[in-house]
Design a protein around this ligand. Sequence first.
Ligand code: AMP
Length: 431
Amino acid sequence: MPRVPSEAFRAPKGVHDVLPPESGTWAELVARFADRAARSGYGLIISPVFEHIEVFQRVGEHTDVVSKEMYELTDKGGRILALRPEGTASVVRAYVQHRPTAPWKVWYVAPNFRYERAQKGRYRQHWQLGVEALGVDDPALDVEVIALLDGFYRDLGLTGVTLALNSMGDAESRPGYVAALRDHLLRHAAALGTEFRERVDANPLRVLDTKVPEWQEVVEHAPQLTEHLSDASRVHFEQVQEGLQALGIAYELAPRLVRGFDYYTRTTFEFQTDALDAAQNALGGGGRFDGLAEAMGGPPTPGIGFGAGIERLVLALEAGGSAAPSLRRLDAFVINGLGEVGSTKATLLVSDLREEGLGADRAYGGRSVNAQWKVADRSGARFGVMLGRDEAARDAVAVKDLESGDQVEVPEKELGTWLSDRRAGRSDATR
Ligand code: AMP
């Protein structure tokens, strides 16, 4: 076989493995999100990782995500495909294809691919948790969607998070606003150079949330979206705000929040954290995309949703010092002190405990008792359960709290109940 450079067997730049124990946090975050989404009537959607490229071109030919960062490929049949750069387009494509009854409420957990400049909090493959709700333009649904993400973050004990809220207007009010914005920006174009000019020509909205320092002054004095809303959009926006206030969800109006895609209409929102650098401070966000289904050949269908990055959430949890939630730990690690004959006994014991709904593991390979205790300590289990000769004579096992070191003897047939009581907090550690 030809020699392959060693980098070939490392993950490519900008992507990463998620390994235990951090992956335990991921599993817990996904489980909590799934539970919260289900409790609000959202069903899971699993859509393909790649689509025909047109699906994503519909969400924003003038956006960096689509025009510069998309992973495009041609398959062996000559089809031009793209790896999903964001979640909404695939969901709307599925809606248009299957025409489910509205309202259609779905949630997802999925990887997205963007050829970005890799740095902390910005990767070439990142994961998002998200929801999309199609078929209803009631502002109560905007409130539900925002409240879902707010509740998810709040439940995690995240601090330093603010909710930025804006309305981008509708098909009726947008053209008038875009024209006013373009006029304002073009008045300064000569002084600000070609890139500015090109951006304004392509889509003046894209300039509004720019982070380029030299452009800030002009952008700050630009006309604001919310001053140009049609009556219907203004009322909708007021009702969204009233709903959030009724639920006690604090928000800040952010007139320049346009977000990274072309499809947004009316409500847009973003949860921002002070735990990460300004360029990566968006934890999760979304908004309405009332024209997108139609742009994909479907019936006119309003919709709203959000995407919330998992990597940034994990970073924010770490930075905020909140204990990242982790998947349930093992209750017991079984130590075989009976030699070869004890191995089957250990197998039966961990199997019984697992069937009882407890977390249990053991060492393999006939290792010494001392070596097994070391594995037990590393396993993160709460208790070490020792099968010893003296205890076996009394049909019992020795149970050691691996944090405090306290030890007690427990009758073997009561072990499951004894551990379950500790798991449920019905009894103190080894008492
Ligand atoms: P967007 O689809 O751009 O609105 O992003 C939604 C969320 O996904 C963001 O708020 C981030 O949490 C996350 N996100 C977007 N791009 C990246 C990336 N390149 N790396 C990590 N997380 C990302």
